[in-house]
Design a protein around this ligand. Sequence first.
Ligand SMILES: C[S@@+](CC[C@H](N)C(=O)[O-])C[C@H]1O[C@@H](n2cnc3c(N)ncnc32)[C@H](O)[C@@H]1O
Length: 286
Amino acid sequence: MAETHKAGVIRFYDTHPINEDEILAKLAARGDDLAHLTEDQLKDFDQDHYGGIEVVDTLAARAGIARAHRVLDVCSGMGGPARWLAHRIGCRVTGLDLTLSRVEAARRLTRRVGLDGLVDFVHGDATAMPLPTAAFDRVVSQEAWLHVPDKPAVVRECARVLVPGGVLAFTDVVLRAPLAAHEERRLAAEMHAPGVLPASDYLALLARNGLAVASSEDLSAAWTEILVRRLAMYRGLRDTTVAKFGQAHYDAWDATYGFFVGLFAAGKLGGLRAVATRAAGAAPAR
Ligand SMILES: C[S@@+](CC[C@H](N)C(=O)[O-])C[C@H]1O[C@@H](n2cnc3c(N)ncnc32)[C@H](O)[C@@H]1O
């Protein structure tokens, strides 16, 4: 039976070169004491987006996240951004992710650095969040919605869980020039990224869901540079990836990631940072 899209995403992250074992190995190799790990140490290796904690700080500043806020990180992965926000700002953060192995790793890493009083993780789908309506002051997300085929549903859910006047701030991959049919197929099949939207469509989607766009930034140039370095970083993880998942998996990953980075270098894919405010009383579109 053909693998469903969701099953493909989960397998992609279950077998991702950046994982809990690899993070702990890097910390140990640096000489950090794993029994007394701090967030200031962990933050160097647990961010699975483009740009590390600096861009989490930028997103938090754009969203105006403050200590009193209840923050939701949609597609929180291993919890790197969620922990960093709680540690730096002191806010409560909930992370939501589809991949159970990511949620479980996030919980373990959070306990390790003693942030479990402020940060918790929920296993679930961003298009049907198992979370109450109007429960969060700020919603953030980084480099994840490319994997969600139903982007209207994820935006609608973000609007639903925000309080009126609450702010959504996210970054994601966007389409800058048309893809050839074979590129579109490969992006969907190998990167599990179907239906990447142009930035203008994303902004229109926000507006349709009662989210007034406050700012949008084109991150394409910065991301292209970061992705070239990221490909080199993955190649540096060759031995650990082969040991954990096998040579064939490494080879397939390398070819896929090289293809993905090539689409950025060719000006076909890029990055968007968008910030939008939920209008008081606005009902999410159906
Ligand atoms: C590139 S990682 C980003 C993780 C995190 N935002 C970070 O910056 O470290 C993308 C994450 O999106 C999650 N994801 C993909 N589709 C999802 C969905 N429909 N609902 C919730 N999470 C999803 C994956 O499981 C993965 O953990």
